[in-house]
Design a protein around this ligand. Sequence first.
Ligand SMILES: Nc1ncnc2c1ncn2[C@@H]1O[C@H](COP(=O)(O)OP(=O)(O)OP(=O)(O)O)[C@@H](O)[C@H]1O
Ligand SMILES: [Mg+2]
Length: 310
Amino acid sequence: MKEVVKVSSLTKIYGDRVKVGPISLTIRENEVFGLVGPNGSGKTTTLRAVLGLLRPTSGEVKVFGLSPFAVPQKVNHRIGYSPEIPVFPPFFSAEKLLKTTCVMKGITGKAADQQVKQILELTGLVNHSHRKVGNFSKGMIQRLSIGQALVGDPPLLVLDEPMLGVDPVGRAHIRDVLVELKKQGKTILFSSHELYEVERLSDRIGMIYLGRTVLEEDVGKLRTSKKAVAVTLSRPVEKILLSALQEIEGVSEIIADGTTLKITWEGNMDPREKIAEKIVASGRGLLEMRMVERSLEDIFIAKVKEGVDG
Ligand SMILES: Nc1ncnc2c1ncn2[C@@H]1O[C@H](COP(=O)(O)OP(=O)(O)OP(=O)(O)O)[C@@H](O)[C@H]1O
Ligand SMILES: [Mg+2]
């Protein structure tokens, strides 16, 4: 599949202290790519470099095979951008804002009217098109910002935290909009802290930690590369049992919380029988053991802890 965005060993040094990167990512045509990472890990920096708004200290950015710095006129109109904190003139209506954006992009007359209508429909803002943006909810603002990115029908959308501050119902609404855009053939690169949404929406995920990419993976593979069980004990777990469980071959991670444990393992050895043995030997009853999927959140927390420990 065609590569739409390629970020290779991007670094950015702010002042003489903060260093972001090296970050490397590849986003393919019609892919939804979710970029995750703790606050300050470099998501916005990466997205702004892809847009050509921020010049990296080193490394390379290619969008549709071209440098957004060397030939901005050939790249800019092919990218739609929704910034981390969208700010709109509060007295503008949604319709006026989109029409003004059309004018800025050289779209006028009937073409502009048609495009604004389509965008309002797609983003679910038709019934609010004449309302002042200053009265919009956060969810509506985010949808309007995505709508603004759609003006000019660019094939690549770069969305920096499109669900920031939005309630679950609003998030579901934004998710539906993004799913529809993927169906229309768009390539979507977005960042988010909403790991559940990222997991549901993305074809692939990039995780930045300590300023560098630690992972770039298909969502399906991410889930199946490790297996996990949730275990319920009759009495709370304690240190001796935890160390005994950690010694079992293949076990890579244990998250303990009172009487419940989440035990993850890697490789082909199935440790479940040994887990049961050790629990019973500790004098505890094994009330339940069931296979669970590792969520993106589990993987994220494990990676962050690895970074802190290592
Ligand atoms: N203009 C700037 N001047 C100085 N430092 C900056 C600037 N922009 C970003 N940084 C620093 O670079 C690092 C990466 O910031 P960035 O905004 O890319 O992170 P992020 O992953 O988007 O974080 P968040 O999840 O909070 O949005 C942070 O340490 C931040 O403080
Ligand atoms: Mg950011």
